[in-house]
Design a binder for this molecule. Structure first.
Ligand code: MOS
Length: 694
């Protein structure tokens, strides 16, 4: 075991863990630079329209108020690629909650009081925030989010469905969901002699730097964005959000460092959300369970200023063998906040629908739902025909069934009771694509035998620092405690965001390359390595081959046990178990944490999380954690995550797939299927709150 800490896969402890639990780790709002002021935004109070006039006099008369920025006096920005960043540039109000002013004051409390004193006169227009399948403005876009084609068709799906002996034709409804990371979005900005320096709560500081440089028309080397510690993101910090633009504008206008820390209730309107999805799933099968037709059609919403199409039908292109497959997305532009990425965009809502429908089909067939999935295992990716680089879904299902004691499950629903409780179990599969982007890193040999790797990776709570050191140590052939890793600043070699479950693969590839080169140089032994011993991979930036001959996906299987209270309608999840096939697991401790974190988020999606659009006000009704209920510890009883080892040579030098998102993917469906098994009733709308279940 002497070399255990070096080995990839070892459960190495997080390097910043002590700093976090002792409170010394600093987050973006916690840089009290000398003279630092605070900004508090004013959200629009109408669902659509324009600002007619803003009266800031009362606010400016309050103690401590330094400035009130509005569309009339705020700095002009270059036009952003992302329209949600064009804050205070014109009087339009595209949705309720859009920021129409920013009050800057000496203290947070004075800024908040100032914001309350700003008088805004609006020219309101009628708004429409209600998503329906038959909405007259619904259209089929060219592509869904992620560049996936919106519509794909193989064979003759309608005919194959109609002529199949066993059919399900069902609809599911999923509400908007909010990311709600532990740390709400915050940024501290200062201008230091023509340089813009920003501490931002972001999943990718390199992108924030590029975007801010563009907006303020600066060369990129005059902008530094630091994201040293980030309290979660789940997609809503994946691109720059308005708070960082406001902080930079306010700092320029006042000549002071400015922190804009968004109160949590402002988040839903401005940081993105998982769009609601309406699903129609049709499955047609032979009597032995062989699928002939899979049709998955999704309708979702986007805002009026930005097209974002939750790609919820895409997993049906990957999962099951069928000669006839139709997958399609339609989108309705509404006067709603712009949706964006939330953990496993596409897969999480899409697999809830597909895996619930598979369970309904199993019931129709009188077939075990594990066996139904195994019976439809494809030889190649159904949509593209490409071979899988590796696929061990069947092994995940079998291993999960064994560990869960699935064999003891009564086939019929409503067969187990305990007093007023109905008990049931359910299963669902999971998939998530393997994504990777180019990244650069440096590796340096220090006198005395230590090493340092530098890369602008972001640790959003995942343990990125630690895993980068493990990858470096492995490539260098040294113990992990000889390697320091520096991450979290745009002044470091540029790297993609912590998102799409691609961070570790992308950054790790670059770190591996730089370290492999450094090791080779040192082995040559021809004198000291030039440039202070620093070796870079900047010329290749990782061979991030987006176009592979292989279909590359992680897979998983989820098992859930529930108790449904027939008196209160409450659903409790007594057991959750996931088994994953995600390439080589690089750190057993942090990987388990990611898996069970995803599963916990899936539990919330199933039981408590859901947001409603108020049609009268045009706003989300549940905008803080008092109303939007994320799972607490007491909701998570018994949760286990395991993995099957995969040796996949078609991924990256570490042989890893992403693990940040797959944990959420099938969890809600497994819980919903367990609720059906417990009660004999199929609920097709989430979340499964007592009012629905009773
Ligand atoms: Mo994740 S939704 O790719 O940050």
């Amino acid at each position: 075991m002497a070399d255990a800490p070096t080995a990839l896969g070892a459960p190495v402890e997080r390097r910043e863990g002590r700093d976090k639990v002792t409170g010394t780790a600093r987050y973006a709002a916690e840089y009290p630079l000398p003279g630092r002021a605070h900004g508090w935004p004013v959200p629009a109070a109408i669902g659509r329209g324009a600002v007619r006039a803003i009266d800031a006099r009362a606010a400016l008369d309050l103690p401590g108020v330094l400035a009130v920025l509005t569309h009339e006096n705020a700095p002009r920005l270059a036009e952003p690629e992302d329209p949600t960043l064009a804050v205070l540039q014109n009087p339009r109000v595209p949705h309720r909650g859009w920021f129409v002013a920013l009050v800057v004051a000496e203290t947070l409390e004075e800024a908040r009081a100032g914001a309350a004193a700003v008088r805004v006169d609006y020219a309101a227009e009628d708004h429409d925030v209600t998503l329906t399948e038959t909405h007259p403005e619904a259209y089929t876009p060219d592509t869904a989010n992620g560049g996936y084609p919106a519509h794909r068709e193989h064979g003759d799906p309608e005919w194959a469905f109609t002529s199949a002996p066993v059919r399900v034709d069902v609809g599911y409804r999923l509400p908007p969901l909010h990311n709600h990371p532990m740390e709400p979005h915050a940024a501290t900005a200062s201008w230091q002699g023509g340089r813009l320096v920003v501490h931002d709560s972001s999943q990718g500081a390199t992108t924030v730097r590029t975007v801010l440089a563009g907006l303020f028309e600066l060369p990129e080397d005059r902008v530094t964005v630091v994201a040293e510690h980030v309290g979660g993101g789940f997609g809503c910090k994946g691109t720059p959000r308005p708070h960082v633009v406001l902080a930079a504008m306010a700092a320029r206008e006042t000549g002071r460092p400015v922190t804009v820390a968004l109160p949590r209730r402002f988040l839903p309107a401005v940081v993105g959300h998982r769009a609601p999805t309406l699903h129609r799933v049709r499955l047609g099968a032979a009597a032995d369970g062989t699928l002939a037709a899979v049709l998955h059609e999704v309708t979702t919403h986007t805002s009026r200023i930005k097209e974002f199409v939750e790609q919820a039908a895409t997993p049906a292109r990957v999962m099951y063998a069928a000669a006839n497959i139709l997958t399609s997305h339609r989108v309705v532009p509404l006067d709603v906040p712009s949706p964006s990425w939330m953990r496993a965009p596409g897969e999480a809502p899409g697999m809830f629908a597909l895996e619930s429908a598979m369970d309904e089909l199993a019931v129709e067939l009188g077939m075990d739902p594990v066996e139904l999935r195994i019976a439809n295992e494809p030889d190649a990716e159904p949509d593209s025909g490409r071979p899988f680089s590796s696929r061990h879904l069947v092994e995940c299902l079998r291993e999960g069934a064994r560990r869960f004691d699935w064999a003891a499950r009564p086939a019929a629903p409503r067969a187990r009771t305990a007093g007023p409780l109905l008990m049931g179990t359910g299963v669902a599969a999971a998939t998530y694509p393997v994504l990777v982007s180019p990244a650069t890193a440096t590796a340096q040999a220090l006198p005395g035998g230590d090493f340092v790797v530098r890369i602008n990776a972001t640790d959003i709570g995942t343990g990125a620092r630690t895993v980068m050191a493990q990858i470096a140590a492995h490539a260098l052939g040294v113990p992990v405690d000889r390697v320091r890793s520096e991450v979290g600043s745009s002044d470091l070699p540029s790297a993609p965001l912590a998102g799409g479950s691609s961070g570790t693969a992308s950054w790790g590839w670059a770190v591996h390359e730089a370290c492999t080169r450094l090791r080779a140089r040192l082995a040559e032994g021809t004198g000291p390595v030039p440039d202070q011993g620093i070796v870079t991979n900047a010329d290749t930036a990782g061979h991030a081959d987006a176009e592979s001959a292989y279909a590359r996906h992680a897979f998983g299987a989820h098992f859930a046990e529930v108790a449904v209270d027939t008196v209160t309608g409450e659903v409790r999840v007594s057991r959750l178990l996931g088994v994953y096939a995600a390439g080589r697991i690089l750190n057993a401790r942090t990987a388990r944490s990611q898996f069970i974190g995803g599963m916990t988020m899936g539990l919330g999606m199933a039981l408590t999380e859901g947001s409603t659009m108020d049609p009268a006000f045009g706003d989300f009704t549940e905008s803080d954690l008092a109303a939007y209920h994320v799972p607490a510890h007491a909701d998570v009883r018994d949760i286990e995550a395991y993995w099957v080892d995969e040796d996949d040579p078609h991924l990256n030098p570490m042989g890893s797939k992403g693990i940040g998102e797959i944990g959420i993917v099938g969890t809600a469906a497994a819980i919903g299927n367990a609720v059906h098994h417990a009660t004999g009733v199929r609920f097709r709308e989430l979340p499964l709150t007592p009012d629905r279940v009773l």
